[in-house]
Design a protein around this ligand. Structure first.
Ligand code: A2P
Length: 323
């Protein structure tokens, strides 16, 4: 499997398993299938996905089987902790520096791990519990990323995490972070696929040794079928290239994503876990395929950030994406 070398020297496998919207009832089996049956070594998690304890259950079982002298019950591979690359993310209500390590400890406890490979600031968005039990959004100036970052760096110093990074960050926000960071961000995880190619962001990251990981590389699958945005899986160019190589549209999208970046397609279906994992090794693009895919960019976000914007919010789409 292709890997990317991070700031720590740790290798991140190019294709990982996304777990956003993986239901608690399905994700445990999906993680076991992915790791033991298919060969995934990179699992992308987040506290906000609400399923880390289920994923932790799967990891515990995997390591128990692998550590046991009797592997007769195991149908698949023997996999040790050090062979896996596990990511999680700090949620918006935990940016206060006193909350960063406790948030990480909760994730570690849920995942049944002693350390993470990568911990990301999930969004450049700060929220705080309000007296009515809800959440209130605070401007970034009230809790600057630089302050949260220092607490993230302390988690590296303590050996709780090997690499730290961010998610949903623009060039402008990365630039600002690099001015004060003692430990450089290893990864910027963003939505990326042929409808949202973000060449300037990828170039900036490449220049600064920051690996981009693409979430929603399938444009969130078939959910947008019949909407104005349309489903990427139905794109005619993608379909034609898939036919040319005798592969599926999903394999074209994942292969494209992994040319320059990490990719974390989500699935809980075993046949798709296999299909997605094989995407990188199954064929090679020629220049004509790449130009055709470059031409279908629409700068379209399926995850547009409107959840953080509204009348009462300090966030707007302009100041969130800096576009
Ligand atoms: P499922 O979990 O039922 O397989 P993204 O990673 O871009 O957010 O896309 C995830 C969505 O795409 C999920 O709905 C997932 O459904 C679906 N999906 C994952 N892999 C494939 C595939 N190979 N072909 C079609 N749809 C897929």
């Amino acid at each position: 499997m292709k890997t990317y070398t991070l700031v720590s020297g740790n290798e991140m496998p190019a294709v990982g398993l996304g777990t956003w919207r993986s239901n608690a009832g399905e994700v445990e089996q999906a993680v076991k299938d992915a790791i033991l049956e298919v060969g995934y070594r990179h699992i992308d998690c987040a506290a906000a996905y609400g399923n880390e304890s289920d994923i932790g259950g799967a990891l515990e079982d995997i390591f128990k089987t692998s550590n046991s002298s009797d592997n007769s019950e195991s149908t698949g591979m023997v996999v040790k902790r050090e062979e896996l690359f596990i990511t999680s993310k700090l949620w918006n209500d935990m940016h206060d520096p006193t909350k960063v390590e406790p948030a990480l400890m909760k994730t570690l406890s849920d995942l049944r791990l002693s350390h993470l490979d990568l911990y990301l600031i999930h969004w450049p968005v700060v929220s705080q519990a309000s007296s009515d039990g809800g959440d209130v959004l605070l401007p970034l100036e009230d809790m600057p990323i630089a302050t949260t970052w220092k607490a993230m760096e302390a988690c590296v110093d303590k050996g709780l995490v090997r690499d730290i990074g961010v998610s949903n960050f623009s060039v402008k926000k990365l630039h600002l972070l690099l001015e004060t960071a003692r430990i450089k961000p290893s990864v910027n995880q963003v939505e990326r696929h042929p409808y949202l190619q973000q060449p300037e962001l990828v170039d900036f990251c490449n220049k600064h040794g920051i690996v981009v990981t693409a979430y929603s590389p399938l444009g969130k699958g078939a959910r947008y079928r019949g909407t104005d945005a349309g489903s990427l899986l139905d794109d005619e160019i993608v379909a034609a290239i898939a036919t040319k190589y005798g592969v599926t549209p999903a394999q074209i999208l994942i292969h494209w994503g992994a040319v320059e970046c990490g990719v974390i397609p989500k699935s809980t279906k075993k046949h798709r876990l296999q299909e997605n994992f094989e995407s990188v090794s199954k064929f090679a693009f020629d220049n004509d395929d790449l130009s055709k895919l470059t031409a279908i960019n629409k700068n379209h976000r399926y995850v547009d950030g409107t959840a953080w914007c509204g009348d009462e919010s300090p966030y707007t789409l302009e100041n969130l994406w800096d576009e």
